[in-house]
Design a protein around this ligand. Structure first.
Ligand code: C2E
Ligand code: MG
Ligand code: MG
Ligand code: MG
Length: 282
């Protein structure tokens, strides 16, 4: 248990970001050891095209299989990994795992659907980020268009990050703007950064509570994005009503518990088989 670990070594899991230097040191050790032991893994959540109702790709979501605390979710450790800078190494491990998965699907099925990976603003601000990603893809012989990077508005505020995004995009990697609607940058930044997709945050999708609601923010976001030739993804779709509403409003892609929860890679084939057999989802 946390207490047995002694000396408050694991207090950093209590969610407060007030870690002391000593705790930060132990945390860094725990991170490094888990990286060496391959205790970080990915779960995959399907993204569904609302026209064809087919699974068109997956978002990779990191989990930490902690030796004493069990499976930890990103909210418990990503903010801390950003604070200590470990997110840079963790992020490369996440990219590596996603690339290995793409490559396995290609070998097993002859094709792979694209995988979207979340990228911290701290990763994007590293001068060698773009080069590292491209080297990884070419070492593994993967087409860059199978990788999508999910970035947040905060990442777009730094000019070096914007430059990096342009280079990634030029290399054929797809870019997706995550959590849209939670910040304040809005559409102004979309003109500076070449994103392919915009993901409307779950908090906005939540407001679509029944088919009579017209949720003007969601529908106008969809209209604006479409006019900019940007694909729209709805995050956190939990009900049938929300799905119908989004389809009618012109949303391209949906993701959420109603369609499929994040799952380990081994479950994907069974999931897709069952999903294809499901009728009249919309
Ligand atoms: P996100 O990128 O916005 O990912 C979506 C989150 O919403 C995921 O939580 C997913 O499990 C959850 N979700 C999906 N559908 C539903 C739904 O219908 N209802 C509800 N209530 N939740 C839903 P998760 O996996 O806990 O990840 C949380 C956040 O952690 C992510 O938000 C992302 O910002 C961050 N994250 C995850 N993996 C990574 C990573 O590899 N690197 C970095 N830097 N951040 C990551
Ligand atoms: Mg995301
Ligand atoms: Mg999101
Ligand atoms: Mg989020």
């Amino acid at each position: 248990s946390a207490k047995k670990a002694g000396r408050g070594q694991y207090r950093f899991f209590d969610q407060s970001l007030n870690v002391t230097d000593v705790e930060e040191f132990h945390l860094e050790q725990a991170f490094t050891e888990s990286l060496r032991n391959r205790d970080f893994l990915l779960h995959y959540q399907p993204q569904v095209c609302l026209d064809s109702m087919e699974v068109i790709g997956y978002e990779a979501l990191v989990r930490w299989q902690h030796p004493s605390f069990g499976l930890l979710y990103p909210d418990k450790f990503i903010p801390l990994s950003e604070k200590t800078g470990f997110v840079v190494k963790l992020g490369m491990e996440v990219l590596r795992l996603a690339c290995v998965q793409i490559s396995e699907w290609q070998q097993m099925l002859g094709v792979s659907k694209p995988i979207a990976v979340n990228v911290s603003p701290i990763q994007l601000s590293q001068p060698d980020f773009c080069a590292n990603v491209l080297t990884m893809l070419s070492d593994m012989g993967l087409n860059p268009d199978l990788l999508e990077l999910e970035i947040t508005e905060t990442a777009m505020l730094e000019s070096r990050a914007v430059e990096t995004l342009h280079r990634l995009k030029q290399a054929g990697i797809r870019l997706s703007l995550d959590d849209f609607g939670t910040g304040y940058a809005g559409f102004a930044h979309l003109e500076a950064v070449p994103v392919d997709k915009l993901k409307i945050d779950r908090s906005l999708i939540n407001r679509i509570s029944n088919s009579h609601d017209d949720s003007p923010i969601v529908s106008s976001t969809i209209i604006l994005a479409r006019r900019m030739a940007i694909q729209v993804v709805a995050e956190g779709v939990e009900t049938h009503d929300q799905l119908v509403h989004l389809k009618v409003a012109g949303c391209h892609i949906a993701q959420g518990y109603f369609l499929g929860r994040p799952m380990p890679a081994e479950k994907i084939l069974d999931f897709e088989r069952a999903f294809t057999e499901k009728e009249n989802v919309v």
